[in-house]
Design a protein around this ligand. Structure first.
Ligand code: HEC
Length: 161
């Protein structure tokens, strides 16, 4: 014979479970509407930019190509979600096209050709493009350089280590 306490326990448990599910559902809904800020996309792009350098210097062309794809996606998101930003007058998609399209294409070719010299030259062009856009957006105090040490302790950039 089940005690009233047992029944209460069951009902209480089910109610708690339902509430927890509802909370989880709501949480997921919030995710659907989340769009990353331009600063967040940029911070991500800066990581890709650094990883691209180490991949290229290690001549891990597959990894370099992957980091390029990620950079592309970041700029696509920036153009899609941030057509305008703060006091910047020129549309963001236009600024990205002006400053990124050529250097990204140059780097892509260098990676396809597996050419370290061309990679390094085009990487410098890309970095100059990042900085040109920061200048054009009153964000010139934020200077990007190629990384001078590797902060990624948990990733091997070479092809065989
Ligand atoms: C549309 C022009 C544009 C291009 C192209 C661009 N940036 Fe930015 N970047 C900005 C703007 C505007 C901000 C400031 C965003 C904000 O208001 O939070 C920014 C912010 C940043 C920041 C600061 C974010 C932080 O949290 O430290 C970094 C780092 C950065 N960019 C790196 C890069 C790199 C690397 C590239 C090239 C691969 C690049 N950016 C290309 C416009 C650009």
């Amino acid at each position: 014979m089940k005690s009233p306490f047992f029944r209460f326990g069951l009902a209480f448990g089910a109610a708690t479970l339902l509430t927890a599910c509802a909370g989880h559902y709501q949480h997921e809904q919030e995710h659907v509407h989340y769009t990353p800020g331009l600063g967040e996309i940029m911070a991500q792009s800066a990581v890709r930019h650094a990883k691209l350098w180490f991949a290229g210097q290690a001549q891990n062309w597959e990894l370099a190509a992957y980091e390029m794809d990620e950079l592309h996606e970041g700029f696509e998101d920036a153009a899609k979600y941030h057509r305008t930003h703060k006091q910047i007058k020129q549309p963001i998609p236009e600024l990205i096209a002006q400053n990124m399209d050529l250097p990204l294409a140059g780097l892509e070719q260098a990676i396809k050709d597996k050419n370290l010299q061309a990679f390094t030259r085009n990487y410098d062009n890309l970095t100059a493009g990042c900085n040109a856009c920061h200048q054009a957006t009153e964000f010139g105090f934020n200077r990007v350089t190629h990384p001078n040490f590797n902060p990624f302790a948990n990733q091997a950039f070479g092809t065989s280590n």
